[in-house]
Design a protein around this ligand. Structure first.
Ligand SMILES: Nc1ncnc2c1ncn2[C@@H]1O[C@H](COP(=O)(O)OP(=O)(O)O)[C@@H](O)[C@H]1O
Ligand SMILES: [Mg+2]
Length: 314
């Protein structure tokens, strides 16, 4: 991974987060997640960057970096997950803000799970689901054995994995969604989730605390919820037709491994109702953030420090 740190610093100083297309150095948006935006730039085409919400003080950055490192090591060593390389870059920008970027090798667009889902073969879909299942079940075993002492969380959605197939059945996916490192020690999330509240207008803090911090983070530690969330996103990718097939693979895996006593098999109806609720909450959240951006930039002419997703089709 070839990162020119000076150029990245220059990018930061010329960045217009509210209107990225008006920045001095143009970012090429690679993907929008729920919280952050991943982009690349012409001078470093093989790198993907994630700009983190501004941190309050250097200790928070140090703690955050440590959380990411520990989390990636757990995914690798406990769950046998191949985790993408990453590197951190910090700057004080011209507004004296302490900004952290996470850089990763840029993975080919066509290998990202949701793109494979759109255009891949049925066999590839089955391979994706069963390789993810294997890895999630190692996580389940670890969390189950450690009970409340230690717990690893994971966002298993296909859009967080890169699949470079060698043959239709053979793939060792790379997991790259590492900027929300989720693991708990004695029930306490090690990530300081308050940093995410900073990216959020004050009138939304209640919504995020309520939905994101409690319910949403819990669900990434609960294997059944991880699976429901992964499959529910087939709706978002316009592949509802594949949901039954995915459930068949997941449920027969659970039965085969005798896990269906511990993890109840999944029903199509709960996938659908979960998706409705989830899509509604995130769409509302995004709409309110856009409204906040509008008020800050157009009415009060203030600086707005976050790159928001464009339209997400649901
Ligand atoms: N290293 C990467 N290479 C290529 N595309 C990426 C990379 N990282 C993220 N993306 C794209 O950006 C999207 C969101 O990134 P992700 O890491 O999942 O962050 P989030 O926490 O916002 O979900 C991904 O679904 C993918 O399309
Ligand atoms: Mg993601």
């Amino acid at each position: 991974m070839n990162v020119d740190a000076n150029l990245l610093g220059e990018f930061e100083n010329l960045l217009n987060p509210a209107f990225p297309e008006k920045s001095g150095i143009l970012p090429e948006i690679l993907g929008y997640g729920e919280i952050s935006t991943t982009f690349s730039m012409a001078a470093m085409r093989d790198v993907a960057f994630k700009r983190m919400p501004p941190f309050g003080n250097p200790d928070q950055i140090t703690a955050y970096i440590k959380a990411v490192r520990t989390y990636c090591a757990l995914l690798r060593d406990v769950c046998g997950i191949r985790v993408s390389d990453y590197a951190f870059y910090e700057f004080f920008n011209r507004h004296e803000e302490h900004i952290l970027y996470v850089a990763q090798p840029r993975l080919p667009q066509g290998t990202i799970g949701h793109n494979v889902l759109k255009s891949g073969t049925r066999q590839q879909l089955e391979t994706m689901i069963s390789t993810i299942m294997e890895r999630i079940m190692r996580l389940f075993k670890f969390n189950h054995e450690n009970r409340q002492k230690e717990s690893i969380g994971l966002d298993g959605q296909l859009s967080n994995w890169s699949f470079q197939f060698s043959g239709e059945n053979n793939v060792d996916p790379v997991y790259f969604d590492i900027t929300t490192p989720l693991y708990r020690v004695n029930g306490k999330e090690q990530l300081d989730t308050e940093i995410f509240l900073k990216s959020c207008p004050s009138f939304l803090v209640w919504l995020v605390r309520w939905q994101f911090l409690d319910e949403v983070l819990d669900r990434y530690h609960d294997v059944r919820m991880i699976l429901i969330d992964m499959v529910a996103n087939f709706h978002k990718e316009g592949r509802e037709d594949l949901i039954e097939n995915a459930l068949l693979i997941i449920n027969s895996y659970l039965k085969k491994e005798n896990l269906d006593k511990k993890i109840q098999i999944l029903e199509k109806s709960e996938i659908d109702s979960y998706y409705k609720n989830d899509a509604f909450i995130w769409a509302l959240f995004l709409t309110l953030r856009r409204f906040d951006r509008f008020v800050k930039t157009k009415i009060f002419r203030q600086r707005y420090n976050f790159i928001l997703p464009g339209k997400i089709s649901r």
